[in-house]
Design a protein around this ligand. Sequence first.
Ligand code: 16G
Length: 242
Amino acid sequence: MSTASKTRHKYEIVAAGIRATIADSLGPNDALPSERELMEIYNVSRMTVRAAIARLADEGLVYNVHGSGTYVGSPDLFAKAPKLTSFTEDMVSRGYAPSSRVLEVSRVAAVAAVATRLGLTPGEECTKIRRLRLADGNPMALETVYLPGGVLPMEEFDAKSSLYGQLTDRGYEIHRAEQEIHAVTLDEESSGLLAVPLGSAALEIDRVAADRRGHPVEYARTIYRGDRYSFQMAVSRESGDK
Ligand code: 16G
């Protein structure tokens, strides 16, 4: 038996059971069985049932109505939680036809800021790709990406297809990322490329993305036109928050 299953708390087992019940037979705003019923179904204490429900409430799967009971949450809000997407997928989901103009593909030595993010030693070889990204043929974003040379040598980059598609094909499917979003104003070169007046506001998203093994695969800086792009996210309170 693995350590993980040995240390699995009772409330986690109950939470998993309730999750399965919701998936199989309950819809948004349907009531969950009462605490007493859940205690009987799972043969556990009230405390364990409460811990399981608190966990599910943290996940946004259920909500409590004081003095009434626990109900299945509405998934609509959480459907808006940001998903990790490529530019291609992001644009398609917004109803645009994506395309790209490649501005640069080169082999560079990683400077400290790039090396740190990619887990490389400064000076190690990287592939740098700079693209103007278009939506319905109009500029949407300016993107600079660094990848470890071993992940994608510059000669093997296919300018016509999705970078994430190529990474998946090479065994480096992007799985999770850390992002930082901040406001910038556009200099002469970037405003020219994005076809907006000099000094226009834009949204910069810096992403460090890793594959399933948790190895950093890409460091990307994407500058979106402030007049065309907005970033939506769902936020929630944990049950213990005041
Ligand atoms: C998105 C990613 C960027 C990635 C690119 C791949 C953000 C903030 N950035 O622009 O990191 O390199 O997609 O796009 O979402 P592609 O697969 O369409 O070439």
